[in-house]
Design a protein around this ligand. Structure first.
Ligand code: ADP
Ligand code: ASP
Ligand code: MG
Length: 415
C-alpha cells in the first residue's frame, strides 16, 4: 500500500456537494489501504472575492495583509473537507501551512517553498488518518503567513508529494487531463495520455494554467510522478481505472520520439508590449533600459532590438499586463531622460500564442508553417521568440482565439 497526494482545485471544491464527493473519493482510496494526504484549493471564486474586498478598500493593499487574507480561503475548504471525511467515517485532520509547517521565503503573494516538515504528517498517516493540508500557503521565517502565487495549490501538492516521497501526486481538476490546448477555446482539443516534462514546463510557462509552472518545476527537480485527472467523474469508479486515467507527466528523455512534432498550443492574454523609440545603439543600452525595470521588480518576457541604420534603434519588450502602467511610469520617469530616447510606443492589449513540442528539435519548417497559417488568417505578428522546443508570437489580443484554432488545425492536433 502506498502514499498518494491528492490535490483538488477550486471547481472540485466548489460546493458542499462537491466537497462531499471529494470525501467519498478519498474514502475509497483510504479503504483500499492507501495513505492519503489531500491538498485542497479554496472554493472556486473565493480567492478572487477576498482579493476584491481588499481592493475595494485600497488600490494598493499591503502584501503581507493580502496573504493573511487570501490564505483563509484554503483554511476554510480544508476544514470543510476534514469534516466531510469524518462524516464518511474516515479519521481525518486538517492543518494550515504554518502548522505543518510549509516553510517559505518572505516574498508575499509569490513566496517560494523552502522546505516542508513531514514528521507530524507521517505520524498521523501511521495512525491511519487522512491528512488535509491547505494549498497555496506557507509560513516565512518570522512566522508570517505567505501565499505562493495564483494557482499555487498545485505547487503545494507537488512539494508535499516530494517531501513525503509519495508514489504519485494526483492533481484533480475540472478537465480530465492536459489537452493539446485549452478545451474551452478549442472544443476539438484532444487529451494527451502523457506529456513530456519539458513540454509541460513550456506549456505552463507560456500560459496554460492547468498547472502552475512552479509545480512542474518541483515535479522535475524531485522526480515526482504527477498526473492531471478529473474530479468530476463518479467518485466511486474503480481505483484501477482512476489510477490510469488523465495525463501523466513523463520524465523519460526522448519519451515522445514517435509522436507529433507539435504537442500543444499555449496562449496568454495577459501581455502588454512597450517600445522605447530611437535609443542610441551603444553598448549598455539594454541594461540602461531594463535595469530600472528589473529594479522595480517587474518581470520582462520577450525582448527585441533591431539593427540600427542611423546610430539609433527601437527597443521593444513585453511585460505582464498587470505591470504595464508601472513599467510605463518607470520608463517615462527614469529611462527616457537617461538614455535620451525619443518616446514610447505602447500596445496594452497583445496576446502571446506558442506552439510547443520536443519534436521541433529534429524537424524543420515548423515555425514557417506557423507563420503561414497566421498570414492566411490575416493576423499580423508583432514579435517572435523561439527556443529548441517552442515558437511564440505576439499578436493583437483580439485575434488570439482565431490564431489558436487555426494553428490547432494546421498542426493536425485535432486528429
Ligand atoms: P483548478 O481550479 O482545478 O486548479 P484551473 O482552472 O487552475 O483548475 O485549471 C484547469 C483549467 O485549465 C481548465 O478548466 C482549462 O480551461 C484550463 N486549461 C488551459 N490549458 C489547458 C490545457 N492545455 N489542457 C487542459 N486544460 C487547460
Ligand atoms: N486559491 C488560489 C487561487 O485561486 C490557489 C489555487 O487555487 O491554486 O489562485
Ligand atoms: Mg489551478
Amino acid at each position: 500500500m502506498a502514499l498518494f497526494v491528492h490535490k483538488y482545485g477550486g471547481t472540485s471544491m466548489g460546493s458542499v456537494e462537491r466537497i462531499k464527493n471529494v470525501a467519498r473519493r478519498i474514502a475509497k482510496w483510504h479503504a483500499a489501504g492507501h495513505k492519503i494526504v489531500v491538498v485542497p484549493s479554496a472554493m472556486s471564486g473565493e480567492t478572487n472575492r477576498l482579493l476584491g474586498l481588499a481592493r475595494e478598500i485600497s488600490p494598493f493593499p499591503d502584501v503581507r495583509e493580502m496573504d493573511m487574507l487570501a490564505s483563509t480561503g484554503e483554511q476554510a475548504s480544508s476544514a470543510l473537507l476534514a469534516i466531510a471525511l469524518q462524516k464518511e467515517g474516515v479519521s481525518a485532520r486538517s492543518y494550515a501551512g504554518w502548522q505543518v509547517p510549509v516553510n517559505t521565503d518572505s516574498s508575499y503573494t509569490k513566496a517560494r517553498i523552502v522546505s516542508i516538515e513531514g514528521t507530524k504528517v507521517q505520524d498521523d498517516l501511521a495512525q491511519g488518518k487522512v491528512v488535509v493540508i491547505t494549498g497555496f500557503q506557507g509560513v516565512d521565517p518570522e512566522g508570517n503567513i505567505t501565499t505562493l502565487g495564483r494557482g499555487g495549490s498545485d505547487t503545494s501538492a507537488v512539494a508535499v508529494a516530494a517531501a513525503l516521497k509519495a508514489q504519485e501526486c494526483l492533481i484533480y481538476t475540472d478537465v480530465d487531463g492536459v489537452y493539446t490546448t485549452d478545451p474551452r477555446v478549442v472544443p476539438e482539443a484532444r487529451r494527451l495520455s502523457q506529456i513530456s516534462f519539458e513540454e509541460m514546463l513550456e506549456m505552463a510557462s507560456l500560459g496554460s494554467k492547468v498547472l502552475q509552472i512552479r509545480s512542474v518545476e518541483f515535479a522535475g527537480k524531485y522526480s515526482v510522478p504527477t498526473r492531471v485527472l478529473s474530479s468530476l467523474t463518479d467518485p466511486l469508479i474503480s481505483l484501477e481505472i482512476e489510477m490510469s486515467s488523465g495525463t501523466l507527466i513523463n520524465f523519460e528523455e526522448d519519451g515522445k520520439m514517435e509522436s507529433a512534432v507539435v504537442s500543444g498550443i499555449a496562449f496568454s492574454r495577459d501581455e502588454a508590449k512597450i517600445t522605447v523609440l530611437s535609443v542610441p545603439d551603444t553598448p549598455g543600452i539594454a541594461h540602461s533600459i531594463l535595469g530600472p525595470v528589473a529594479d522595480a521588480n517587474i518581470e520582462v518576457d520577450m525582448i527585441l532590438q533591431n539593427q540600427s541604420v542611423s546610430g539609433t534603434t527601437d527597443f521593444s519588450f513585453t511585460v505582464n499586463r498587470n505591470d504595464f502602467k508601472h513599467t510605463v511610469d518607470v520608463l517615462r520617469n527614469q529611462v527616457i531622460p537617461a538614455v535620451k530616447a525619443k518616446d514610447l510606443a505602447v500596445d496594452e492589449k497583445v496576446a502571446k500564442v506558442s506552439i510547443v513540442g520536443v519534436g521541433m528539435r529534429s524537424h524543420v519548417g515548423i515555425a514557417s508553417l506557423m507563420f503561414k497559417t497566421l498570414a492566411q488568417e490575416g493576423i499580423n505578428i508583432k514579435m517572435i521568440s523561439t527556443s529548441e522546443i517552442k515558437t511564440s508570437v505576439i499578436i493583437d489580443d483580439k485575434y488570439m482565439e482565431l490564431a489558436v484554432r487555426a494553428l490547432h488545425k494546421a498542426f493536425d492536433l485535432d486528429k
